[in-house]
Write a protein that binds this ligand. Structure first.
Ligand SMILES: *[C@@H]1O[C@H](CO)[C@@H](O)[C@H](O)[C@H]1NC(C)=O
Ligand SMILES: *[C@@H]1O[C@H](CO)[C@@H](O)[C@H](O)[C@H]1NC(C)=O
Length: 536
């Protein structure tokens, strides 16, 4: 009898400690108010079913970043010795204790851990839950918010928590407090300018004579202008068979095969007949009767420059409009995160990944920004160059591209994004360039930016007047050519045409001005590939 009550007591004790273990909630992230541009619409229906992604702490992420810095440093013996898939996966994998802890927590909330979808390295767990369940798991309340100018609706929360003991195991849970969607980003982009980066492969230009840049390039930027301006006209890609350039496509923006042929006939005759590959991710479509201007710009300028290197267009689905009465589980996550995790699950990843969508840092929760930045570091460690437009490119592991316009002289484009991150500190590779800039700047804009933050952009390229074929017609569209590599701040820093005039006014200030050397408007300048080739 005594034995029996002892057993009973133990059982009681265990179950009490188990439930305490999961009810001791500590805040993970919160906003003070509803993020700008959004308004509260209604409570999220309790029975609505959706997917949440749980990002587990990666056991070896610090080591992976150390590896990345070594293999990207041109003076290091390990330079360009990228990690294998297995090596990267081993760094990305969570600690076994993290897997156990998270599985127990899921079970406690009535979710069968074996029903969870797991990423290849085990660092992302996706589970299907009801709003009611998610609210209990995350000590939160989900609501429907509507974005003013795009009309986009999302299900998000202003704060979320995790049981105290899970903070050591989980980096981020999504969707929670990150509001932006690709649609709201695009909305902001098109109001200003769609700046577009291209690829790093052009750095291997063969020596030759740069043709005189045609004066029409002042107003109309064609692939010929870019190849002349940046000295790639005589470029012959070296590893056409194995090199690939991946272009991230979203929002049912489809790249069109016929338009590409029209574009080639007009601007790149030697490429007529060549094409690109489409990979559909996450239920992404491919409607050839409905070409998208962003998708066409990206594909036409990328192929127009790097032909005959293979281009892959990733048509990424996801984020369907939120319908409260839907009975099917919905994906309310950012398709952007889905594409990155999809690519890291593949056997091979393209050597270059281009993204035309960016976001303002202050609208991205710190935990989310850090996690995405770690994912991008992983791409770098595998040998992929990740290129972003400079609007919101505070991650130290991507190459941020600012925008220029005109020729003779080429000047900073006034809406070129540039500045300093509040989340990530100045990486060592740009310390010297940035401190020279700061020394010259003196007290201008003092107090309005963070001197110790990662500074961007890194480089710049034409961002206005690109010619895009859409539905058979030529449209003027704004975009940019990009270039990638941490070596640009050292060995290759003189391989740029320094852009010294123009500025990026904003936030009621005159912004920063372009000047001699690196600046937060045009970075090191625009690439001069022939000169770069001599330096690298
Ligand atoms: C291209 O490179 C050559 C050799 O370095 C240089 O003389 C020329 O000015 C460059 N052209 C442009 C447009 O930068
Ligand atoms: C400035 O940047 C540093 C480095 O990223 C960061 O630690 C600090 O919190 C930032 N300061 C502000 C006021 O945001």
């Amino acid at each position: 009898m005594l034995w029996f009550s002892f057993f009973f007591l133990v059982v009681q004790f265990v179950s009490a400690s188990t439930s305490n273990q999961w009810s001791d909630m500590v805040e993970k992230h919160s906003w003070v108010g509803i993020p700008a541009g959004w308004r509260h619409e209604a409570a999220a229906p309790a029975s609505h079913v959706f997917n949440i992604k749980i990002g587990l702490k990666q056991q070896g992420i610090e080591e992976l970043i150390e590896n990345l810095m070594e293999i990207s440093d041109p003076t290091h013996v390990r330079y360009a010795q990228h990690l294998s898939r297995e090596e990267a996966n081993a760094f990305m994998a969570p600690h076994p204790d993290s897997i156990v802890a998270v599985d127990e927590w899921l079970e406690f909330h009535g979710i069968d851990p074996s029903s969870a979808q797991r990423s290849r390295a085990g660092d992302w767990i996706t589970v299907t839950v009801s709003v009611e369940q998610a609210e209990k798991m995350l000590g939160t309340k989900y609501d429907v918010y509507k974005h003013g100018s795009s009309g986009e609706r999302v299900v998000r929360t202003l704060s979320y928590s995790l049981p105290q003991q899970l903070h050591a195991h989980i980096d981020v849970v999504s969707p929670t407090t990150y509001f932006s969607t690709l649609k709201t980003m695009q909305d902001i982009n098109t109001l200003e300018t769609d700046r577009r980066p291209l690829n790093d492969e052009v750095t291997r230009a063969l020596p030759g004579t740069a043709a005189a840049v045609p004066s029409t390039c002042n107003t109309m930027i064609t692939p010929t202008c870019l190849r002349d301006l940046y000295n790639t006209s005589s470029y012959v890609p070296s590893a056409v068979g194995s090199n690939q350039i991946g272009i991230a496509g979203y929002l049912d923006q489809f790249a069109n095969f016929a338009d590409l042929q029209t574009f080639f006939k007009a601007f790149r005759k030697d490429a007529v007949g060549s094409s690109f590959t489409i990979i559909q991710v996450n239920g992404g479509g491919n409607d050839q009767t409905d070409p998208g201007i962003q998708a066409n710009t990206d594909i036409q300028y990328s192929t127009g420059i790097v032909f005959p290197t293979q281009n892959i267009f990733y048509s990424t689905g996801g984020s369907p409009p939120f319908t409260p009465d839907s009975q099917n589980p919905t994906n309310l996550n950012s398709p952007y995160l889905d594409l990155l995790t999809f690519l890291l699950g593949q056997e091979t990843v393209p050597q270059t990944l281009l993204t035309s969508y960016g976001d303002d840092e202050q609208t991205v929760p710190f935990d989310y920004a850090t996690k995405v930045c770690q994912i991008l570091a992983t791409f770098g460690s595998l040998g992929t160059t990740v290129v972003f437009t400079s609007g919101g490119s505070g991650c130290p592991f991507v190459t941020a591209v600012g925008a220029t316009t005109s020729i003779n002289p080429e000047v900073a484009f006034r809406s070129s994004g540039g500045g300093f991150s509040n989340y990530f500190s100045t990486p060592s590779y740009q310390k010297s360039a940035v401190s020279s800039f700061l020394a010259n700047l003196g007290s201008i804009n003092a107090g309005l930016f963070n001197k110790s933050g990662r500074a961007y952009p890194d480089v710049a390229a034409q961002g206005q007047g690109l010619q895009v074929i859409l539905g058979g017609r030529t449209n003027s569209h704004q975009s940019a050519l990009g270039f990638i590599n941490p070596l640009i701040y050292s060995t290759a820093s003189f391989g740029f045409n320094d852009i010294t005039t123009g500025s990026n006014p904003g936030c009621g200030t005159a912004g920063f001005s372009a000047g001699v050397g690196w600046d937060p408007v045009t970075g090191l300048g625009t690439p001069n590939f022939l000169a770069l080739q001599g330096l690298v």
